[in-house]
Structures are given as structure tokens and as C-alpha cells.
Write a protein that binds this ligand. Structure first.
Ligand SMILES: [Zn+2]
Length: 532
């Protein structure tokens, strides 16, 4: 038994009680109430919180632990401020690599570069003539390759675009090196996976990174058999002090073939729950792959990409519902959102009992006005990333124009219909820090704090934003009887912070970091100053 006393403990229970003492026994909360009502034997550890704040552990409802781990093994080109700088990072790595070794990387964003032009293979061919290079865009929706990687993947001027993807070609018909959305799979198929021991270590480091910023869990939107194999090994070795509610990657046929037969499963004592099935209906806004009803304002021939034919989306959704999975469908553009809501509506009409599992639209980023009330009507939850809004605000208007912005990142419009929003970051697309997300949700300003007047009427309250990363996320993973609040019987997943997110000055929210993180009653992260 462990006691935490003399804190401001936000239970998020009915009526929002704030208590000053918690008792933890066998990984769960045994008592939440007044310090005076707890009898403590002298031998029991008591954490004196000295007025610090306790929150339920924060959970990121849309994250990619697999990619965060993978990023630790790959080149980080996210700091590059031009195509030339990114190529320079590759050239330095190529100088250390042996001939033929793959150089994978992640993080480039042409929207941060002068001219905002997409990069091409030429700069990478000069940087790494002897190594295949494949660099994934920050949003995961495009890969920039050199000639050696294109060659290894068998891509040339005769390659036909796959459904939902583009092999970008120049005026002469030659591939430029840019592969958008499903075309990335051509190169992913041939790029060798990292060695298992290195990947396992990278997963542990990625988890430690999450615990340090206050996350006790995530919902992984698209876990593959390779990643789940690592998680299973780590759980068995007692090296997975975290909760991952995983959605099976529907794009990975071997993964879905496996789970289609097996059904949902729990690994360990709730560390990993494979409970959902993830599909992508469209691309992303940054690479103009988000499927829109009307063309892009800055690309008048283009309405974006549907990654999967409508019948196939319906068939796979039905299959996952029939196997007992929650269905989570990525939809960014307004056309993809309409299609996704139509698909869920039809699939659930045919299976009314499956509705209780609360299916989700991931991102729900740009919505037609008529689609906003449909979430509530269908019992479908929007899963949204507040930091996407604040990262995209500089260029989203160029893509969408002012009218469509009314339905973009429309948190308040959705909340007003009576739905809850699952909050996430989509890391490593954005920083994993959930306080950045809470800040973005309540301030609707970039981390720098400057007010660009970006639809302040769509902001969340602090109460809503904290719930979007705790209690509401527990609802969104059908785990609300077990997680997301600090009440007797709930899992003892919590964080202790020096500042109170509910009362501190707004600009301080983004800087909050836990002094202690507990998962299942075990202290898994501590930063000085707090001792039992
Ligand atoms: Zn994602």
C-alpha cells in the first residue's frame, strides 16, 4: 500500500471533487478522500505532496509509439530549414554508412522551407549516391526517396499509381522521388526492418520519453505485428511500464489476417490492449492528400486522395465490427469525413449492437457543416489533435480558403452538439507532450503564445481540455470503468505536478512537467524533489 497525502488531487469524479489523500493498493486506487480518514501504519510509504497537484495520468488518443521508437533509429531531418539542409544531414550520414546500407529518416516539412516546394531525388542523389535513402514527411503521408531507393523498389517511369497514392513524375515522365500516401508502400516493402534488439530498446526509450512528459498511456493508431511483437516481449520481461490501447493497422495485411482470426486481446495486466482496427480514408492536408468536396484553393485541379475505394472501406469496417473491434477511421478532408460517416452509418445500421463500442473518426479535421451533428447522432467520437490546429494555422487557409475554415478543427462546434472529443497529438507528427495539446486546446495559439486570432470561439475550456486527455479518452477506448479518473477501483495511473493546470496562468500550461509519474501504482518517472 502507498499513500499520497497533502495534495490537490483532481479525481475528475462526478461533481469534480478535489481530495487531499489517495491510497494505492495492488495497482489500483483503494481510497480517495480526506487525509484524516486514512490510517497509516508506520511502515507504509507516504508521499507528502506538499500542496502539489495530482491528475489522472494523461493519455494520448492518437499516437504512434512504433514511429516514435523507429525515429530514434533513423535520421531526424525535422530540423532542416531547406531541402539543401536536409540533404546535408543525409550526406553526413552517408559518409559514415557502408555502401548499400539504407538510410531512413523522418520529419521534413516543405511548408517550413523557402518557396514551400516539394523536394526531389536530385539533391539526395548527390548527397548519397551509394545508399538508398527514404525520408518520411513529418505527417507520414509522403516519402522522399533518392534514385537508389526508387531502383530498389522497382519504381521507374512506367510505374502506375496505386489506388490512393501518387508516384510523382516530372515533365519528362520520370519519378521525382516523391511518393505520396499509398505509393509509399512500394518502398516500405523493400526497406529492411531494424534489428529486433535495437527496436526493443528504442521502444523502451520512447516510453520513458512519454512518461517524463506526463503520459501514462496512448491509443496507438495503427500497430503492426512487428511492433506488437516488441510490446509483447517487453511486457513479458516487465519492461513495459505504460498502457497502449492499440488499433491494428488495417493497411498491414499480415497484421489484420492475424487479428481477424484472433479477435481483440489484452497483453499482460492491461499494459497492451488490442481493441481497435484502424483504416485511413484519405491523406493529409500538408501534402494536399486530404480528400475535399471542392478543389484546393492553392491547387485548383486537385480534390485530394481517397486511399481506399468506398466499397472496400465498407467491407473492412463490417469485417472489423463483426470480429468485435472498435473501428477508428482516419479522415482529414471534408469529403473523407462525409464518406467515413456514411460508411459507419451503413455498417452500424446493419449491426445495431456494435454501436455500443463507440467507433471513431481520427482527426475529423475539416468538416462540412452538415456533418458536425452526425457524430452525436451516430454515437461516433471525433478524435482530434489540438496541436495540429496550431501547427497548421499558418498555411491551412491557403489550402482551404476562408469558408471551409469554419468547419476546420471545430472543437466548440462539435462539443456543442453533445459529443466528447478524444485528445491526442499524432506523435511523432507533433511533440508527445500532452500539455502542449492542452495549451493548444484552451489557447488556440501556437506554442510561442502569439495571438493570431484563429477562431478563438472554437477554444475548449481547461476542464474540457484536461478531460480530452483523461476521462474522455478512457471513454473513447471503452475503458472508462477502469481509467481516466482517480476513484476507488480505478487503476493508479497518475501524475504529480508542481503547478495546477486548472488555475495556473494560461501561458504556463505548456511548460507543466510532472515531478512524478505512476503507472499501476508503481513510480515510473521521478524528477528530484519528491520522496516517500
Ligand atoms: Zn496518425
Amino acid at each position: 500500500m502507498t499513500v499520497l497525502a497533502n495534495g490537490r488531487i483532481h479525481t475528475l469524479g462526478p461533481g469534480d471533487p478535489v481530495v487531499d489523500a489517495l491510497v494505492v493498493r495492488e495497482g489500483r486506487i483503494a481510497f480517495a478522500g480526506r487525509r484524516g480518514d486514512v490510517n497509516v501504519a508506520a511502515s507504509e510509504p507516504v508521499f507528502d505532496l506538499a500542496g502539489k497537484t495530482v491528475l489522472p495520468g494523461l493519455v494520448d488518443a492518437h499516437a504512434h509509439l512504433l514511429y516514435l521508437a523507429q525515429a530514434r533509429l533513423r535520421l531526424d531531418v525535422g530540423r532542416a530549414r531547406s531541402e539543401g539542409e536536409a540533404a546535408g544531414i543525409v550526406a553526413a550520414a552517408a559518409a559514415r554508412a557502408s555502401a548499400g546500407e539504407w538510410l531512413g529518416g523522418r520529419g521534413w516539412d516543405q511548408n517550413l522551407w523557402p518557396g514551400r516546394q516539394f523536394p526531389s531525388r536530385d539533391s539526395l542523389d548527390r548527397a548519397a549516391p551509394r545508399n538508398p535513402v527514404a525520408l518520411v514527411r513529418v505527417d507520414g503521408h509522403a516519402t522522399w526517396c533518392n534514385g537508389a531507393a526508387l531502383h530498389a523498389a522497382g519504381i521507374d517511369r512506367d510505374t502506375v499509381d496505386p489506388t490512393g497514392g501518387i508516384v510523382v513524375k516530372d515533365a519528362r515522365g520520370e519519378p521525382t522521388g516523391l511518393l505520396v500516401d499509398t505509393a509509399q508502400r512500394l518502398v516500405q516493402r523493400v526497406e529492411p526492418p531494424p534489428p529486433v534488439e535495437r527496436f526493443d530498446r528504442a521502444v523502451r526509450e520512447a516510453i520513458a520519453e512519454c512518461l517524463a512528459v506526463g503520459l501514462t498511456g496512448i491509443h496507438e493508431m495503427g500497430a503492426t505485428l512487428f511492433a506488437l511483437g516488441a510490446y509483447r516481449r517487453l511486457v513479458e520481461r516487465g519492461q513495459f511500464p505504460f498502457r497502449n490501447y492499440a488499433a491494428v493497422a488495417g493497411r498491414s495485411e499480415e497484421t489484420w489476417d492475424y487479428y481477424k482470426d484472433r479477435g481483440p486481446e489484452v497483453i499482460g495486466d492491461g499494459q497492451v490492449t488490442v481493441g481497435a482496427f484502424k483504416l485511413l480514408s484519405d491523406g493529409a492536408l500538408g501534402s494536399r492528400g486530404a480528400a475535399l468536396h471542392s478543389p484546393y484553393c492553392d491547387d485548383p485541379e486537385n480534390r485530394g486522395l481517397l486511399l481506399i475505394p468506398e466499397e472496400e472501406l465498407g467491407r473492412l469496417t463490417g469485417e472489423a465490427l463483426d470480429r468485435g473491434f472498435q473501428v477508428c477511421i482516419h479522415a482529414i478532408g471534408d469529403r473523407a469525413n462525409t464518406l467515413t460517416l456514411d460508411t459507419l452509418e451503413r455498417a452500424l445500421a446493419a449491426r445495431p449492437a456494435a454501436r455500443a463500442r463507440r467507433h471513431r473518426v481520427e482527426h475529423a479535421q475539416i468538416l462540412a457543416g452538415s456533418d458536425i451533428p452526425r457524430f452525436r447522432a451516430l454515437g461516433v467520437l471525433p478524435s482530434m489533435q489540438p496541436t495540429h490546429c496550431t501547427s497548421d494555422m499558418d498555411w491551412a487557409v491557403e489550402r482551404l480558403g476562408p469558408e471551409r475554415l469554419a468547419g476546420a478543427y471545430a472543437w466548440r462546434s462539435l462539443l456543442d452538439t453533445g459529443v466528447i472529443i478524444a485528445g491526442g497529438s499524432d506523435f511523432p507528427v507533433e511533440n508527445p507532450n500532452p500539455f502542449h495539446g492542452i495549451y493548444a486546446a484552451v489557447a488556440r495559439r501556437p506554442l510561442t503564445g502569439e495571438d493570431r486570432g484563429w477562431q478563438p470561439e472554437q477554444r475548449m475550456t481547461r476542464e474540457e481540455a484536461v478531460r480530452a486527455f483523461t476521462a474522455w479518452n478512457a471513454v473513447a477506448s471503452n475503458q472508462e470503468a477502469d481509467q481516466g479518473r482517480l476513484l476507488p477501483g480505478y487503476r493508479a495511473d497518475l501524475i504529480v505536478c508542481a503547478e495546477d493546470v486548472f488555475t495556473c496562468p494560461e501561458e504556463r500550461i505548456r511548460d507543466i512537467a510532472p515531478v512524478m509519474t505512476m503507472v499501476g501504482g508503481v513510480v515510473v518517472h521521478r524528477r528530484g524533489e519528491i520522496e516517500p
